[in-house]
Design a protein around this ligand. Structure first.
Ligand code: SAH
Length: 413
């Protein structure tokens, strides 16, 4: 449950803002971020979640309205551009309906787990909502949403059918610095509506049954962004010996089994995730003994497999985001290189490499080049089968929204 009376309220008076020319142009083109150093003037200092209205400098016309975020370099997170709008429950409900309509193809094919709201690209900056059957999981990445939470949750109840709502908080929101737990009584994993107790959420994806720990699992509990890539793995898995590196709860493993894989080896650091992997395997009618589970660091595990001279026909590598800041880029590139090299050494000739990256700082072109070069340097040739990106529930409304890329390639010695 949630005590709205503890949440902050947005100021009655909006902040009026003027921004630099380049920022004006970006806003006109639909870019949803105004950085702190793009702001020329503002009427007054505000609090997180106050509404900031941006006017153009020449004619004083409305340009955009957004959430003011004094603690973030992305100082204004745009809710609406070009057309003035009142920001209230009905405004959010309309955006939610539009987001839901976009996901209809997934609903039609019987998937009950998907991303319902993908941040800025659906009009909700720094916020995501994932659906797991009857349970929605809302993850906040900024305190600027707190004054609007009541309107937002009201809008969800108006526009979307669900039984339970679980709140997740980004690492920053859980930190002592922002301390939303102490200040506002909001906890990561808190149930805002309904009561699922400690039970995992269940959902169907492409006809397969999964469960997820939506209160404590990574992100919101599952990685819906890999749905289409998992489907491709299913189509390519028949008769193969598959290695699933960074397997988490077994998204790729279950699809591969269903596609007729002969054996699966799954490798992940998280023991609870691997426990869920076994359950997911069994819930789809497979014997968990078909899966060889290795708990531990992927780099060490891969080395161990190389030393044991193991060979696989398909190696899937889906690491966590190594680079989400500029500083971590170099290290990330090194890590990807090492992973590619090790994966290649574990592949039988003519084997299939599936290499994914969700690092937002490494764009698709850089990543594909990096993988292809690493292969070349290690003496392998890659025959590219496909390069993939985002699924339809992760729409890309502006360049920074694109983070996922995956390469499917046949490996020749
Ligand atoms: N392929 C998964 C998602 C992977 S998310 C799917 O389709 O659902 C990244 C995973 O990497 C997480 O499960 C995390 O536990 C794991 N991880 C992070 N660092 C690791 C490391 N050094 N060694 C092994 N696993 C790691």
């Amino acid at each position: 449950m949630i005590d709205y009376s503890r949440l902050p309220t947005a100021a009655e008076r909006n902040i009026s803002v003027r921004v630099k020319g380049a920022a004006e142009r970006a806003l006109r083109q639909g870019h949803p971020w105004v950085f702190e150093d793009a702001i020329l003037r503002q009427s007054h200092l505000g609090n997180a979640g106050d509404l900031a209205v941006i006017y153009d400098r020449e004619k004083n016309n409305f340009l955009a309205v957004g959430l003011y975020d004094p603690l973030s370099p992305i100082r204004i997170k745009v809710l609406q551009a070009l057309q003035p709008a009142r920001i209230h429950q009905a405004f959010f409900a309309e955006k939610l309906k539009a987001a839901q309509a976009k996901r209809q193809p997934l609903v039609k094919e019987g998937s009950t787990g998907y991303r319902l709201v993908y941040g800025e690209s659906d009009g909700f900056p720094a916020l995501i909502i994932d659906r797991y059957g009857d349970t929605l999981v809302m993850k906040l990445y900024t305190t600027a949403w707190l004054p609007h939470l009541e309107a937002l949750i009201g809008a969800l109840e108006d526009a979307v059918v669900f039984d339970n709502l679980v709140l997740r908080l980004s690492r920053a929101l859980q930190s002592d610095r922002l301390n939303v737990a102490k200040l506002y009584g909001l906890e990561d994993g808190q149930q805002l509506i309904g009561d699922i107790g400690a039970a995992p959420a269940q959902f169907v994806e492409n006809g397969l049954l999964f469960q997820a720990d939506v209160r404590k699992g990574h992100k919101t509990g599952f990685f819906f962004d890999q749905r289409d890539n998992r489907q491709k793995v299913r189509e390519l898995a028949k008769g193969q010996r598959v290695l699933d590196v960074f397997s988490y709860t077994g998204g790729f493993s279950v699809y591969a089994l269903d596609g007729g894989a002969r054996t699966i080896t799954a490798l992940d650091l998280s023991e609870p995730a691997l426990e869920t992997l076994k359950i997911n395997v069994e819930n789809n009618g497979f014997d968990a003994k078909l899966i060889d589970v290795m708990a531990g660091d992927a780099f060490a595990g891969l080395m161990q497999l190389i030393q044991a001279r193991r060979k696989f026909n398909m190696v899937i590598v889906d690491p966590p985001a190594f680079a989400n800041s500029r500083a971590s880029m170099r290290k990330a590139v090194m890590a990807y290189r090492r992973l590619v090299e090790m994966a290649l050494r574990l592949l039988a000739n003519d084997g299939l490499l599936v290499m994914a990256s969700c690092s937002s700082r490494i764009n698709a072109e850089m990543f594909f080049q990096l993988v292809e070069r690493s292969a070349l340097v290690s003496g392998y040739k890659l025959e590219i089968i496909e390069k993939t990106g985002h699924g339809l529930d992760h729409p890309i409304a502006f360049p920074e929204a694109a983070y996922l890329k995956a390469l499917f390639a046949r490996v020749k010695k």
